[in-house]
Ligand binder design. Structure first.
Ligand code: BJW
Length: 250
């Protein structure tokens, strides 16, 4: 890895007023959570995540969708933030001390950024630990499982609709306030870090390009190339933990 690139990234981070970070499933891969497009294990190999993460799949086969989320939640329960999550939390603390601001925008639903200590955090695609009604959209508070051991589906006390995880499926709108905040901060960012995302799913995938269009230094950390690679000023084809711990050491 080139020392010069690390030097340039450090310099960009130190001199920026606003740093936006977008993370995707790749940052949690090193915590043992399979990514969407690389997933080959267990229930992932059996079903196509792009099919299951949709309102149509839930309408047609709610038990399958809920069992898939139950399986994933068990996996996430056992996962710990890895050095990449922790490094981003350290970067946020460092920027606060230096009167810079950092917004962490994640597409992940696994809560690992919060567990690692990140505070200025937007969860664009929701959170697997929250639930809501599929019909009336009311949130359902507390720790619940929308499908019990006998495969009984849990229902909304208000309208009797089925309960579902409070995550964003294909064809659904992202939370409006959060999306607005992510776009607004991105437009004004000086540095935009894209970490562990295939940059295929919109509107999240538009953020790095918007940042670049508005003059930010665009940095990508991903072992593979993505549709934004060609637009990036600095590209690190490495695992997230390797680069992030290098630039934000303990
Ligand atoms: C590592 C690593 C390591 C590995 N270190 N890296 C504009 C154009 C075209 C289509 C659309 C558009 N606007 C909207 C759409 C439609 C659609 C969409 O984008 N489709 C595309 C597939 C083409 N978008 C939507 O439907 C969105 N809604 C919307 O826009 O509403 C209005 C609207 C609707 C319809 C039409 C038009 C407008 C909603 C999107 C919701 C996405 N939901 C999911 C599921 C969330 C809940 C759950 O987790 O179950 O979100 S799908 C899935 O993809 C999940 C992820 O957050 C998201 C992104 O995936 P991510 O995180 O990038 O993961 P991977 O697996 O793809 O990539 C991992 C990467 O990590 C890889 O690149 C690896 O190389 C890398 N990696 N190890 C660093 N150690």
């Amino acid at each position: 890895m080139s020392e010069a690139k690390i030097h340039n990234l450090n310099k960009a981070l130190r001199t920026a007023s606003r740093i936006a970070v977008l993370t995707g499933a790749g940052i949690s891969a090193e915590s043992g959570i399979p990514t969407f497009r690389d997933a080959q294990t267990g229930i992932w190999a059996k079903y196509d995540p792009q099919e299951l993460a949709s309102p149509r799949a839930f309408r047609e086969q709610p038990r399958t969708v809920l069992r898939w989320y139950e399986w994933r939640r068990n996996l996430i329960d056992q996962a710990q933030p890895n050095p990449a999550h922790k490094a981003l939390a350290r970067l946020e603390r460092r920027t606060r001390k230096q009167n810079q601001s950092l917004l962490l925008i994640t597409q992940n639903i696994d809560d690992l950024h919060r567990k690692a200590g990140s505070e200025n955090l937007i969860e664009l695609h929701g959170n697997i630990y929250r639930h809501k009604c599929f019909q009336c959209d009311r949130p359902r508070e507390g720790t619940i499982s929308p499908i019990d051991e006998d495969s009984g589906l849990q229902r909304c006390p208000a309208c009797n609709g089925l309960l579902r995880p409070d995550v964003v499926w294909f064809g659904e709108s992202l939370p409006e306030k959060e999306l607005q905040r992510a776009f607004s901060f991105t437009t004004r960012s000086d540095v935009f870090l894209s970490v562990g995302t295939s940059a295929l799913v919109h509107p999240a995938a538009s953020l790095p390009l918007l940042a670049a269009d508005n003059g930010a230094t665009l940095v990508e950390i991903n072992p593979e190339s993505t549709p934004i690679t060609e637009r990036a000023d600095l590209v690190f084809h490495s695992p997230a933990s390797q680069i992030l711990t290098d630039i934000i050491p303990e």
